[in-house]
Unconditional design. Structure first.
Length: 136
C-alpha cells in the first residue's frame, strides 16, 4: 500500500515538472527584420566655450539620470565626446595640471555612472564648473 502511494506521489510530482515555454514571455526582437537596432553617434562640434557649456550641462544632468537609472551611459558617452573635442583648446589655454583636473572630474563622472553614485556626479559637476570658471 505504501509503495503504491509513493509511486503515485512521485508520478504526480514529476508530471508537474514538465517544461512548458510561454512564447509570449520571449523578449521582442531588436527590430522588425531581426537586425540590430540602429545606433546614433554624437559628434561634438563648436568652439571650446560651447563644448564646455554642453559638457557642464550634461555633467549636471548625470546625477538625476543615475537616480532614475536611465540615460546615464548616454550622458557619459556625450561627456567623453565633448571632452575629447574640447581638450585641445583647453591644452592651449591652461597648464597641464588644469587639464589633469578636468580628466579627474571626467573620471569621477564615469565612477558615478558605473557605481550608481549620484553624489559623485554632483561633485564632478561642481568641480567642472569651478575648472571652467578658472579659464577666464
Amino acid at each position: 500500500m505504501r509503495l503504491a502511494a509513493a509511486v503515485t506521489l512521485v508520478v504526480t510530482v514529476l508530471a508537474g515538472c514538465a517544461s512548458t515555454i510561454d512564447s509570449s514571455l520571449a523578449p521582442p526582437p531588436d527590430s522588425l527584420d531581426g537586425s540590430a537596432p540602429p545606433t546614433t553617434t554624437f559628434v561634438a562640434t563648436g568652439t571650446t566655450a560651447e563644448l564646455l557649456d554642453r559638457l557642464l550641462a550634461d555633467a549636471s544632468a548625470l546625477s538625476e539620470a543615475v537616480i532614475d537609472g536611465e540615460g546615464h551611459a548616454e550622458l557619459v558617452a556625450r561627456v567623453d565626446a565633448l571632452w575629447e573635442a574640447a581638450r585641445p583648446g583647453i591644452e592651449e589655454l591652461a597648464s597641464g595640471r588644469l587639464v589633469r583636473q578636468f580628466d579627474d572630474a571626467i573620471a569621477m563622472l564615469h565612477t558615478a555612472a558605473e557605481r550608481r553614485r549620484p553624489a559623485d556626479a554632483d561633485k564632478a559637476a561642481i568641480n567642472l564648473r569651478t575648472l571652467i570658471a578658472s579659464l577666464g
